[in-house]
Design a protein around this ligand. Structure first.
Ligand code: C2E
Ligand code: MG
Ligand code: MG
Length: 508
C-alpha cells in the first residue's frame, strides 16, 4: 500500500473511532449527568456543537499538514532537483535585497530551442534525459551562490549578485565576465545534448537589477522579454539592457566577419625571425596570423584569437595558417637551409582536444615540404590543464617529429620543476619579463632561474619581445640561447622576410 493511501486510511480510521465512541458513549454520559428533559435537550445541543467543533479542528489540522507537504514538494523540481519557480521567486527577492551598493543582480532565462521537435523526434524519455543532462551542466558551469530553477519543460532561470566585470580573469568569483559566462551556457547546452546524439541549441534572455527593474518580478519579466526578442531574431543571447545588447551585437558581428574572412581566405600571415645569440644566425621563424578587416581595419590576434576559440573558429584558422605558410615558404627555398624550423601557434582549446590534435597531425603530415620543420607553440596554461594527458600528447607529437615550444613562459605561475615531466624542445620567456630587464632586478632573477633550469633539462630558451640593446646584452650575459623581438626583426610578410633574410646574410 502506498504512503498516501496509508495516511488517508489512518485519518479515516481515527475519525471512525472518535465518531463511533461519541455515538456510543456521549448520550450515556449526558443521561448520567442530568435527568431533566430541558437540561438533556440543552446538553444534547451543546454536545452536537462540541462534536462539530472538534471535527472542524481535526479537518483544519489535517488539511494544513497536507497543504504544507504539497507546497514543500513544489519547492524543488522533481526531475532535476533544482528550485521550483515559486521558491526561485522568493529567493530572488532576498537576493535583490541582499545586493551590495556596487553590485547588480543578473537574471538569465535559458530556453531550449525547438524542444517540441526534440520530443517528437527522440521521444519524451530521451528529451527528459537531455533536460537532466543540461541541468547538470548548468549547475557545474554556474558559480557558487547562484540561484537556479527549472521552468518545465525546457527552461531554466538563473540569478546571482555580482560586481561589474573589470578583469574577466580575476580570481575573485564575484567579478563576473557576463558575456563569457552567457556564451558558456549556450555552448554547454549544445554539448550536453550532443552527448546523447541530439543537436540542440538554446536562447538566453538576460536582465539586470536595478537597470531593468527593481523588484524580482520586474527583472524576471525583463529577462523573459529579452528571451522573446532573442527567439524572434533567432539570436543566442539577448540582453534587455541596451548598452549590453549593443556590445553583444558588435561581438557577434565581429565573429560573423571573422567567419567570412576565414571562408574567403582573407587572413594573411607574417613571419618573425628568431636569432641564436652566440652566432647571430637565424634559428627559426614564428608564423603570426593577421586580419585586416575592410571596415574595421587591423584587428589584433590578441583580440580575435580568443573570440575564435570561444566560437569554435580556431579549428579552421590553424589549418589555414599551416597551409598558407607551406604555400608561401616552399617556393622561397629557405626551408631547411636558412630556416631550421617554423613555429606555429596552437591554442589551448585545440591542444586539449584529442580530435583536433589528430586532425592537426594529419595536416602536418600532408604538408610534406613544411612538416620536417614544424614546431608547435603551446601556452603554458594549455599544457598544464592536465599534465599527464599533456605529457602523453607531447610524446606523441615528438615521436611524429613535431617540435614543441612552450610560449609565454612564466605567466602561468608554474613550478619550474614541472619541466622535467614535459618533453619539449624550446621554452619562450614571456615578453613581460624581458621588458623588465635592466630596471627590475626581479626580472633578471626570474630569467636567470628559467635559463638555468631549462639548460639542465636540455631545453632551448628563447627570450621574447627584445626591444633594446640593453636587454639583448643582458640576455647574452645570462647565456640565453635565442632571442626574438622588434630589435632583431619585426613580424613581416613573406616578401619582406626574404628581403630581411637576404640583408642579414649580407651583413653577416
Ligand atoms: P605570441 O605567440 O606570444 O606572439 C608574439 C607576439 O608578440 C606577437 O604579437 C608579436 O607581434 C609580438 N612581438 C614580437 N616581438 C615584439 C616586441 O619586441 N615587442 C612587442 N611589444 N611585441 C612583440 P601578435 O602577432 O599580435 O600576436 C599576439 C598573440 O596572438 C600571439 O602571441 C599568439 O598567442 C596569438 N596568435 C598570433 N597568431 C596566431 C595563430 O596563428 N594561431 C594562434 N592560435 N594564435 C596566434
Ligand atoms: Mg607564439
Ligand atoms: Mg609569446
Amino acid at each position: 500500500m502506498d504512503k498516501s493511501h496509508k495516511s488517508a486510511l489512518s485519518i479515516a480510521g481515527f475519525y471512525l473511532l472518535f465518531a463511533g465512541c461519541w455515538i456510543l458513549f456521549s448520550d450515556r454520559v449526558v443521561e448520567s449527568l442530568v435527568s431533566n428533559v430541558e437540561e438533556v435537550t440543552w446538553l444534547q445541543t451543546a454536545k452536537g456543537w462540541f462534536f462539530v467543533g472538534v471535527t472542524a479542528l481535526l479537518l483544519y489540522l489535517a488539511v494544513k499538514r497536507f497543504t504544507q507537504q504539497i507546497e514543500q514538494a513544489y519547492k524543488l523540481d522533481g526531475m532535476t532537483g533544482l528550485l521550483s519557480h515559486e521558491l526561485f521567486k522568493l529567493q530572488l527577492r532576498d537576493l535583490i535585497q541582499a545586493r551590495k551598493e556596487d553590485e547588480k543582480t543578473i537574471v538569465a532565462i535559458l530556453d531550449i530551442n525547438d524542444f517540441k521537435e526534440v520530443n517528437a523526434r527522440f521521444g519524451f524519455e530521451m528529451a527528459d534525459k537531455m533536460v537532466t543532462e543540461i541541468s547538470k551542466s548548468i549547475v557545474k558551469h554556474s558559480l557558487s551562490r547562484s540561484l537556479i530553477c527549472r521552468l518545465p519543460p525546457d527552461q531554466f532561470m538563473l540569478a546571482r549578485n555580482y560586481s561589474d566585470a573589470i578583469d574577466p580573469d580575476a580570481i575573485d568569483p564575484d567579478v563576473v565576465d557576463v558575456e563569457g559566462r552567457m556564451a558558456g551556457y549556450v555552448n554547454l547546452v549544445a554539448e550536453a545534448a550532443a552527448k546523447l546524439g541530439i543537436e540542440a541549441t538554446c536562447s538566453v534572455g538576460v536582465a539586470f537589477c536595478p537597470i531593468d527593474g527593481s523588484s524580482a518580478k520586474q527583472v524576471m519579466d525583463a529577462a523573459v522579454e529579452a528571451l522573446r526578442v532573442a527567439k524572434l531574431n533567432r539570436q543566442a543571447i539577448q540582453y534587455h539592457n541596451k548598452a549590453l545588447t549593443e556590445q553583444a551585437r558588435a561581438r557577434r558581428q565581429l565573429v560573423e566577419s571573422l567567419q567570412k574572412a576565414i571562408d574567403e581566405e582573407l587572413l594573411t600571415l607574417v613571419y618573425q625571425p628568431k636569432y641564436v645569440l652566440d652566432t647571430n644566425e637565424l634559428s627559426g621563424i614564428e608564423v603570426l596570423v593577421r586580419w585586416n578587416d575592410v571596415t574595421r581595419g587591423f584587428i589584433s590576434p590578441a583580440e580575435f584569437i580568443p573570440l575564435a576559440e570561444e566560437y569554435g573558429l580556431i579549428h579552421r584558422i590553424t589549418p589555414f595558417v599551416m597551409q598558407r605558410a607551406a604555400n608561401e615558404l616552399e617556393p622561397t627555398g629557405l626551408l631547411g637551409s636558412k630556416i631550421k624550423h617554423v613555429s606555429i601557434n596552437v591554442s589551448a582549446v585545440e591542444f586539449n582536444n584529442s580530435q583536433a590534435m589528430d586532425a592537426l597531425l594529419a595536416r602536418i603530415k600532408k604538408q610534406k615540404s613544411l612538416a620536417p620543420f614544424v614546431r608547435l607553440e603551446l601556452t603554458e596554461t594549455a599544457t598544464l590543464a592536465d599534465i599527464q594527458q599533456s605529457s602523453s600528447m607531447l610524446l606523441r607529437l615528438r615521436s611524429e617529429g613535431v617540435g614543441i615550444s612552450i610560449d609565454d613562459f612564466g605567466t602561468g605561475y608554474t613550478s619550474l620543476a614541472m619541466l622535467k615531466d614535459l618533453t619539449i624542445d624550446e621554452l619562450k620567456i614571456d615578453r613581460s619579463f624581458v621588458s623588465g630587464l635592466g630596471d627590475c632586478g626581479r626580472s633578471t632573477t626570474i630569467i636567470s632561474a628559467i635559463i638555468g633550469m631549462a639548460r639542465s633539462f636540455n631545453i632551448n630558451v628563447v627570450a621574447e619581445g627584445v626591444e633594446t640593446e640593453e636587454q639583448l646584452n643582458a640576455l647574452k650575459t645570462m647565456r640565453c640561447n635565442d632571442a626574438q623581438g622588434y630589435l632583431l626583426g619585426r613580424p613581416v610578410d613573406i616578401v619582406a622576410l626574404q628581403h630581411h633574410l637576404g640583408e642579414t646574410e649580407s651583413a653577416a
